[in-house]
Design a protein around this ligand. Sequence first.
Ligand code: SF4
Length: 299
Amino acid sequence: MDCDIEIGDDMHYEGTCIRPPSEAYSILLQVTLGCSHNKCTFCSAYKEKRFAIKEDRIILSDILFASKYMKQQNRVFLMDGDALIIPQKRLMWILDRIREHLPWVKRVGAYANTKSIRMKTPEQLVALKNNGLGILYMGVETGDDEILKKVRKGTTAENIVRMGRKVRDAGIKLSVTVLLGIAGREGSLRHARLTGEVLSAIGPNYVGALTVMFQNDTPLYKDYCNGKFELLAEKEILPELREMLAHTHLNRGLFFSNHASNYLPIRARLPRGKQEALDLIDSAINGEVGLRPEWMRGL
Ligand code: SF4
C-alpha cells in the first residue's frame, strides 16, 4: 500500500486539534475525528465533529509527511478524542507504519476512555505497548458516582479504577486529569475525597488537575445560567484541591495543577513532595501566596 501514497503539502488536520500540554512538541498525527463519547456536559472540545476513524491512506500520507519534515520530534501523539478506540488490527497497523517510517520516535501517546480501554484485552494492550504505545491519557474528572452521572461521563468510579489499573498492568504509562469545581459547592469536599481515593486505587504516573471553566455552548454552562450549577470561587477551589491531594496516596507519581485553568500551580512528586504541596496550598488559603488572576486563566 505504501508505494501508492504520495506525501501531501501538509498534514491533513481537520477541525479543532487538541493534545495534552505534555505533547506540545510531539508529532500530532490525527487518526480519528472527534470523540466517540462526546456527551460530557462540561466539554465542548469536539462538538462540531462527528466521530470517525480517518482513512488509512490519509494517515499514511501524514506519517510520510512527518518522516520528511519532522525528524527532530521523537514523540507522536495520536489525535483526536480517543484513538485507542480504533480496532486492534488497524491500530497495530498505524503503530507499525510509525515504526517503519519514523524510526527515531521513542513514544506514541493517545487519549483513552474507559470504553476504549474495556474494548481491548490485556494481551492487546501489551501488544500495543510492545509496538510503541507508551502513554495513555484518561479523563477521570471525579471519583464521585453521583457527579459522574450528572456530567454524563458514561462510566462509574469502579470502572475508572478497573480500566486505569488495566492500562498500568499492561506496562503503559497513565496520565489522568481531574476536574476541580465540578461538584459545585455542596459536593466539593466529597468529590475531593472520593477522587483522591480513586487516584490512590489506580496509581497513575501523572495526575493533572484542571479547574472548571465555562465554554458557552456546554450543557454545564446552561445549568449555571439556570441556577442548577454553582461555580466555585478561587478561595473555595483551594480547600478542594487540598482535600484531594491529602486523600491521594501514590507510591510514585506526579500530581500537578499547572494547567492554565488553575488558580494555584503546584507540582508535587508523591509521596515525598506531598507535605510541601499541602503547605503551599495552606499558605494560599491564608492569603500568603498570590493566585493566578482571573484574566490569565484559560483552557
Ligand atoms: S471530556 Fe473527553 S470523553 Fe468527555 S466528551 Fe470531552 S473528549 Fe469526550
